[in-house]
Design a protein around this ligand. Structure first.
Ligand code: B3K
Ligand code: ZN
Length: 844
C-alpha cells in the first residue's frame, strides 16, 4: 500500500466557493447530485484536477453544463478543466445498505447515517476529500422518512424533502446526514450573548427515556465553554443522534453530532456510574470540537493532535470541574499507562504528530489523543494558567476559519509568552516515553536533585534528544509537613541538577506531582519512603501513586520470589482507607490494585519475562490478603458507602458506590458470594447490579444471576453488551477463551455490530491471563474473528489488532503462537490496507 508523508504536503489546486448536494435516498441505490463551484487556488502549484472517490458509480458529470468523461480509478477521477473558475456537476449512485464498513453513508437499524472522518466523504461523492479544502454546504435530502437532518440550520421542509444550510465553511470530513424514524428529546439553550439554540437528542422510538442526562451534559458543556474558554455556539440548532452501529464513540460533525448509542443513552437502570461519567465527557468532547476542530480545523491528517489532543485536554478539564479533580487525574493516568505507554514502548510507537501513514484511521490512537492532551497540559504547566488563556484567545482570534498546523499552535504560545518552544516541540516529533532518573544529595542543609533523562529508541527513531520536562516537585520534612510546596523544575538537559537551600533536615521528595509529565520515573526508593508518602503526601495523585508503587513492588516480589504480600503497605492502606475525611471515590481508587497488563509491563521493564498465569495468581493472592486484612473494617465501610437518597449519577453518590463495589469485592472473597447475591437481588440500578454480577462471576457462582440478567435485559442492546463482555472479561483465565468462543455462537451475537463484537472479543483481549492462555486458544480465537471482520469492517478489525502489540514481551512459546496468528492475518487474501499496516508494524 502507498505511504503518505507529512513532508509531501501540497495545497489543493482549487478553492471551493460552495457545495450543493442533493440526496435521493434509497437503501440499494441512493443518488447523490453534487454542484460545486471551483476556482483556481492562487497559492497552489499547478496540478491535475483530481477528485477522491471510492465505491461510487458515476452516472453523469458535467463542467459548466457540458457533459464530460473523466478518467476513473478505484481512488478517484481526473478530468481536464478550464483555467478559470467552473461549475462541477456530478451524479453518482451508492448503496448504503451494502456498506458494512460503517464509513461514508450507511444504514443502521433502518436509519441512514454517515461517518466521514477521516476519509469517508469520498464514498459519498467525488470531492477533494482533505481537511484543508473548506466550503459552504447546502444540502437537500429527498426521502419519505419522517426525520431528515444535515449540518447547519434548517431550511425549506416539505413532503418528502428537507433542506439544510451550513453558513460556516467546513471540510468534508465534518459533513453529516441522518434520515430515519426518530424521536427527539428537545431542549433549549440561551447563549451568553442572548441567542436561543434549539437542542435535540434524536433516538429510535423507545429510547426517549434515556436522553435526559445527555441533554444536561450538553447544556453544561455549552455553559462551561463560554465561561472557561469564552467560546459561544454559532448555529440556531444543535442536534445529536444516537446510532447503534458505529465504529467509535462519537463524531463532531458541524451542528449534527452522531453518537454511538452507548456514548449518549443513559438511565439509572441500564447504565453504570462509569457510563454516566463517560457519556458526560464524550458529549462535552464532541461539543468542544465545535471550536477546537471545526471552527479551527487541521491542515492535513498529520495535524490530528491539533484538534484531538486539545479537545481531550479540554474535556478532561471539564470533568475535573464537574466532578473530583484528583480522582479524574488518577483515572486519566491509569488510562494513559494502560493504553498509551504500551503503544509508546512497543512496535506501534509513533510521535504525537506522526510523519507517515498508510491508513490514517490507524492513527486515532492513545498517543495522538491522550499523550496529545498531556503535551497540552505540560504546556499549560510551563507557561501558567494566565498565559495559557492568553495564548488560546490569540489562537481563536488568529486561526478562526483556518486549517491550521502544530506550528501555528506553538507560534501563538511563543508570541503570547515570549518563550522559545523549539525544544518543547520535540514532544510532537519524538516517539517514546522518556525515562527519568532522579538521584538526591544532602549536604550542609542543601538538598539537591540530579535529574537524568533518556528516551529509548522507537521504530524509525534510534536516537532521541532531551525534551522539556516540567517536573512538579514538593518536599516533605521528617514529620510529614510540607517544607517546600510544589514547584515546577524545568528539565531541559540530559542531566541537570536542582538545589534547595536552607532546609533544617533532609527532606523526602514528592516527584512529578499530579503526573506533571508523561514519563517513567526511575528512582531507587525504599519502601519506607513510599510508605511515608502514602501517609503524608499533600499531593493526592502522588499519594495514590505511592500506594500503587508499593502494590506493584509487593507483587513483583510475590511473582519473582514467591514472597508474602507486603504487610507494611497493607497497614498504610488500611489507615488511609479508614480516613473518613477523604473522598470515598479516592479511597475506592486506592483499593483497586494495578491491572495484570500493567504488571506485565512492569515485569518487562524490570527485565523479567511476564508469566500471565503467575501474574494472575499473585494478583489473586494479594486481593485475598487485602480482603482478610480489611475484614473487620468492611461493615463500617459498607455503611459509609450506602446511599439512601434516590439514585443520581453525580460524583458524590458514584464515589460512595465505587467504595461499595470495592467492599463487595473484598466481602465476596470472604463469604464466597453471599453478599453479592443479596446485592444482585436488591439492586435497583445498573451500577450495583453489575458490580454484584461481576463478583458472582469471579466467585464462580453466577449461573442463576446470569440467566436472570439475561431474562431481564435481553431486549436492551446496550445492557446485553455488558452481559456479553462481562462473562469474558471477568472469567477465570483458563475458561475465558472457551466462554468467548461459546458466546460467539449465541443468537444475540451480532458480529457486524461493533459494540457487540468488541464486547466479546475485546473482553477477551482485556482478560490478560485468559487471552494469553498457554495453548494459544485466546490468540487463535481473536485472529479468527479479526480475519472474518476484515472483509466487512476493516477499521474496527484493525483497531483490535493492537491486542497483539506487546507480543515480544512474552516467553518464546507464546511469542511463537502470537507470531503465527499475526502471520495468518498478514497472509489473508484481500487483507485491508488498515489491517495490513497494523500487522506489518506489529511484526516489524
Ligand atoms: N473525531 C472523531 C473520531 C473519528 C475517528 C475516525 N476513524 C471523534 C472524536 O475524536 O471526537
Ligand atoms: Zn475528538
Amino acid at each position: 500500500a502507498e505511504t503518505v508523508y507529512l513532508k509531501d504536503y501540497t495545497p489543493f489546486g482549487w478553492q471551493i466557493a460552495d457545495v450543493h448536494l442533493t440526496f435521493r435516498l434509497s437503501p440499494t441505490a441512493t443518488r447523490v447530485l453534487a454542484r460545486i463551484h471551483f476556482a483556481p487556488n492562487p497559492g497552489a502549484p499547478k496540478q491535475d484536477f483530481f477528485l477522491h472517490g471510492e465505491e461510487l458509480r458515476l452516472i453523469r458529470a458535467a463542467i459548466d453544463g457540458t457533459e464530460v468523461t473523466p478518467e476513473i480509478t478505484d481512488k478517484g477521477l481526473t478530468c481536464a478543466v478550464p483555467d478559470g473558475p467552473f461549475l462541477w456537476e456530478a451524479e453518482v449512485e451508492i448503496a448504503p445498505e451494502a456498506n458494512t464498513a460503517l464509513e461514508g453513508l450507511y444504514m443502521s437499524n433502518g436509519m441512514y447515517c454517515t461517518q466521514c472522518e477521516a476519509e469517508g466523504f469520498r464514498k459519498i461523492t467525488y470531492y477533494p476529500d482533505r481537511p484543508d479544502v473548506m466550503a459552504i454546504f447546502t444540502v437537500r435530502i429527498e426521502s419519505d422518512l419522517p426525520v431528515l437532518l444535515s449540518n447547519g440550520n434548517p431550511g425549506d421542509r416539505g413532503a418528502g424533502f428537507a433542506e439544510w444550510h451550513d453558513p460556516w465553511r467546513k471540510p468534508a470530513y465534518l459533513f453529516a446526514l441522518v434520515a430515519g424514524d426518530l424521536v427527539a428529546h428537545p431542549d433549549r439553550f440561551r447563549t451568553r450573548s442572548g441567542k436561543d439554540v434549539d437542542l435535540n437528542i434524536w433516538v429510535r422510538p423507545g429510547d426517549e427515556g434515556k436522553c435526559a442526562f445527555g441533554m444536561e451534559a450538553l447544556k453544561k458543556s455549552m455553559r462551561w465553554d463560554e465561561e472557561e474558554y469564552g467560546r459561544e455556539y454559532d448555529l440556531d440548532v444543535f442536534n445529536i443522534v444516537a446510532v447503534d452501529d458505529f465504529n467509535m464513540g462519537a463524531m463532531e460533525n458541524k451542528g449534527l453530532n452522531i453518537f454511538n448509542s452507548s456514548c449518549v443513552l443513559a438511565s439509572p437502570e441500564t447504565s453504570t456510574d462509569g457510563n454516566f461519567e463517560r457519556i458526560e465527557a464524550i458529549i462535552a468532547h464532541e461539543y468542544f470540537h465545535n471550536w477546537t476542530g471545526n471552527r479551527i480545523t487541521c491542515r492535513d491528517w498529520f495535524q490530528l493532535c491539533l484538534k484531538e489532543g486539545l479537545t481531550v485536554f479540554r474535556d478532561q478539564q471539564f470533568t475535573a470541574d464537574m466532578r473530583s479533580a484528583p480522582v479524574k487525574r488518577i483515572d486519566d493516568v491509569i488510562m494513559l499507562r494502560a493504553r498509551q505507554f504500551p503503544e509508546d514502548q512497543g512496535p506501534l510507537a509513533h510521535p504525537v504528530r506522526p510523519e507517515s501513514f498508510q491508513e490514517i484511521n490507524n492513527f486515532y490512537t492513545a498517543t495522538v489523543y491522550e499523550k496529545g492532551a498531556e503535551v497540552i497540559g505540560m504546556l499549560r504547566t510551563l507557561v501558567g494558567a494566565e498565559a495559557y488563556a492568553k495564548a488560546l484567545d490569540l489562537y481563536f482570534d488568529r486561526h478562526d476559519g483556518d486549517a491550521a498546523t502544530i506550528e501555528d499552535w506553538l507560534r501563538v504560545f511563543e508570541e503570547a509568552t515570549g518563550r522559545d518552544l523549539s525544544q518543547f516541540k520535540r514532544w510532537y516529533s519524538q516517539a517514546g516515553t522518556p525515562r527519568v532518573q532522579v538521584d538526591e544529595d544532602w549536604t550542609d542543609g542543601t538538598y539537591s536533585l540530579t535529574v537524568r533523562q533518556h528516551t529509548p529508541p522507537t521504530p524509525g527513531q534510534p536516537d532521541k534528544a532531551p525534551q522539556v520536562i516540567p517536573l512538579a516537585v514538593g518536599l516533605l520534612g521528617p514529620n510529614g509537613d510540607e517544607v517546600v510546596p510544589t514547584r515546577v523544575l524545568e528539565v531541559t538537559e540530559a542531566e541537570q541538577r536542582f538545589e534547595f537551600t536552607g532546609l533544617g533536615a533532609r527532606p523526602v521528595p514528592s516527584l512529578n506531582r499530579g503526573f506533571s509529565a508523561p514519563i517513567v520515573l526511575e528512582r531507587e526508593t525504599s519502601r519506607a519512603e513510599r510508605a511515608f508518602l502514602l501517609a503524608h503526601d499533600t499531593d493526592p495523585f502522588n499519594r495514590w501513586d505511592a500506594s500503587r508503587e508499593l502494590a506493584r513492588d509487593s507483587l513483583f516480589e510475590m511473582i519473582t520470589k514467591d514472597a508474602a504480600p507486603d504487610g507494611d503497605w497493607l497497614d498504610g492502606l488500611q489507615r488511609l482507607v479508614a480516613d473518613t475525611t477523604l473522598d470515598p471515590a479516592y479511597r475506592a481508587l486506592m483499593l483497586s490494585g494495578p491491572s495484570q497488563s500493567e504488571l506485565a509491563q512492569m515485569l518487562h521493564t524490570r527485565g523479567v519475562t511476564p508469566d500471565p498465569d503467575a501474574i494472575w495468581s499473585a494478583a489473586e493472592r494479594l486481593a485475598q490478603a487485602t480482603a482478610e486484612r480489611f475484614a473487620d473494617m468492611l461493615p463500617a465501610l459498607a455503611r459509609e458507602a450506602s446511599v439512601s437518597a434516590a439514585y443520581a449519577p453525580d460524583a458524590e453518590q458514584s464515589g460512595k458506590r465505587a467504595l461499595g463495589s470495592a467492599v463487595l469485592s473484598m466481602q465476596t472473597r470472604l463469604d464466597g458470594g453471599y453478599a453479592a447475591e443479596a446485592q444482585f437481588a436488591a439492586a435497583d440500578n445498573m451500577t450495583q447490579q453489575l458490580s454484584a454480577l461481576t463478583q458472582l462471576i469471579r466467585a464462580d457462582r453466577a449461573k442463576a444471576a446470569l440467566a436472570a440478567f439475561y431474562e431481564q435485559w435481553q431486549g436492551d442492546r446496550l445492557v446485553m453488551d455488558k452481559w456479553f463482555g462481562l462473562q469474558v472479561g471477568a472469567a477465570a483465565p483458563a475458561r475465558a477463551a472457551d466462554i468467548a468462543a461459546e458466546l460467539t455462537g449465541h443468537d444475540l451475537f451480532d458480529w457486524k455490530n461493533p459494540n457487540r463484537f468488541r464486547a466479546v472479543l475485546g473482553g477477551l483481549a482485556m482478560n490478560h491471563a485468559g487471552f494469553h492462555r498457554a495453548d494459544g486458544a485466546g490468540y487463535r480465537l481473536l485472529a479468527d474473528w479479526l480475519i472474518r471482520l476484515d472483509d466487512l469492517n476493516p477499521q474496527t478489525a484493525a483497531r483490535m489488532c493492537s491486542a497483539f502489540q506487546t507480543w515480544t514481551r512474552y516467553d518464546a512459546d507464546r511469542q511463537d503462537l502470537m507470531r503465527a496468528e499475526l502471520q495468518r492475518i498478514a497472509d489473508k487474501p484481500n487483507l485491508s490496507r488498515d489491517m495490513g499496516e497494523m500487522v506489518g508494524r506489529i511484526l516489524s
